[in-house]
Write a protein that binds this ligand. Structure first.
Ligand SMILES: Nc1ncnc2c1ncn2[C@@H]1O[C@H](COP(=O)(O)OP(=O)(O)O)[C@@H](O)[C@H]1O
Ligand code: SF4
Ligand SMILES: [Mg+2]
Length: 356
């Protein structure tokens, strides 16, 4: 695998780490020097519809430490998949990246040509897209689907090398080498999702983005897929952005969580602190709506609907549903501020001064 990695890398030049500018929520305790492998700054992605621009992602920024597992949670429609696609430069019309930067080492992915970006995908940053397991090509054997990505990056392998690389990848994700010759319809949902993970790690990227990789799988298989993702990520030393809406699953899967609401990050903090002491009222409601530990169904849900992304209301995007709404919230939008070390929230309840 190492030599394959090298040949794909030579075409692009190395990608290093960078210092994190102040004001971006990046993990502190892992890397004392505050470096990150990926930095997203003020990302804005709009879908230009006949009714006007849908502001799906409206000024999102975060940093990702090497080897970190970062989760993005939020209700459906909050912009999670749009972020994933924007990081990969896979936003299609009517969608458009309006502003911001996606820094991988010294490279701003948003500045690259299509061809340069094509070479970054899989080799530096890869995506297990939402619903990817249902998008496997039904008439191609698994080995051919894996090889396609490698060829796309100029990786040329003899038949023997290809067979050995594919067997290694399948074994890494917990599949037998015989799966290589099979077609997608011969595999269970969990196996297909493992194949998608194998494709995503086939060129040992530094960052893996996995968008709801366990939705549509039953609970036991969900945990198995998460365990597989964690294992391969640790083996590779890659950082992961895991997108999901199941807070319980995310609590076990990631080091740090970012809570999305209406196209914005409203809270970012280490997972344990998020569950122990959530600051943002939306996060508090999300956690309160989880089934209780005793397994009793206590799913309260959050009353009301998220605001229209087409006609954003003034002030805090959560003010129409917030139990603590104040006059200020209806007119002034709160910014994401580090209220405690490593704990960021966008809410007027905590003032606008950095107290850390
Ligand atoms: N192709 C599109 N055209 C118009 N609006 C879109 C398109 N794709 C997504 N959106 C809108 O962007 C918002 C964010 O969507 P998405 O990123 O898929 O959210 P999530 O993954 O959190 O469910 C939603 O309001 C959605 O309706
Ligand atoms: S800013 Fe105001 S409306 Fe928004 S979450 Fe905080 S208290 Fe609620
Ligand atoms: Mg989505």
């Amino acid at each position: 695998m190492a030599s394959i990695r090298k040949s794909a890398r030579e075409a692009r030049g190395a990608v290093g780490k960078m210092r994190v500018p102040r004001g971006l929520p990046v993990v502190r305790d892992r890397e004392a020097d505050g470096t990150a492998v990926l930095l997203v700054e003020d990302l804005k992605v709009y879908y230009h519809t006949a009714a006007g621009p849908v502001k799906a992602v409206d000024g999102v920024g975060f940093g990702l430490a090497a080897g970190e597992r970062f989760g993005l949670v939020g209700e459906s429609g909050s912009g999670k998949s749009t972020i994933a696609l924007a990081l990969m430069r896979l936003i299609r019309p009517p969608g458009q990246i309006e502003d911001g930067a996606v820094l991988l080492g010294d490279t701003n992915l948003l500045d690259l040509s299509e061809e340069q970006m094509r070479r970054m995908r899989l080799a530096e940053i890869s995506l297990v897209a939402q619903g990817a397991m249902n998008s496997l090509n039904p008439v191609k054997r698994i080995k051919d689907q894996i090889l396609l990505g490698l060829r796309d990056h100029g990786v040329r392998l003899s038949d023997a090398e290809a067979a050995s690389h594919i067997a290694d990848l399948l074994q890494r994700v917990g599949l037998k080498s015989g799966v290589a010759k099979m077609f997608p319809h011969e595999l269970s949902g969990g196996m297909k999702q493992r194949v998608c993970i194998a494709i995503a790690i086939s060129l040992q990227p530094k960052v893996i983005v996995a968008d709801e990789p366990t939705s549509a799988l039953d609970v036991v298989v969900q945990w198995q897929v998460i365990d597989t993702l964690k294992r391969v990520q640790e083996e590779l030393g890659a950082a992961v952005i895991l997108i999901g809406h199941d807070m319980g699953l995310m609590a076990q899967a990631v080091d740090r969580l970012g809570v999305m609401y209406a196209g914005k990050l409203v809270e970012v903090v280490a997972t344990r602190e998020l569950f122990g002491e959530p600051l943002h009222p939306y996060t508090q409601l999300l956690i309160a709506s989880l089934p209780s530990l005793e397994g009793k169904s206590d799913l309260r849900g959050i009353p009301g609907l998220p605001p229209s992304l087409l006609h954003r209301p003034a002030g805090c995007p959560f003010h129409t549903r917030c139990p603590f709404v104040m006059n200020q919230c209806r007119v002034e939008e709160p910014t994401l501020i580090e209220h405690r070390p490593g704990h960021w929230a966008a809410c007027h309840l905590y003032g606008s001064e950095v107290s850390a």
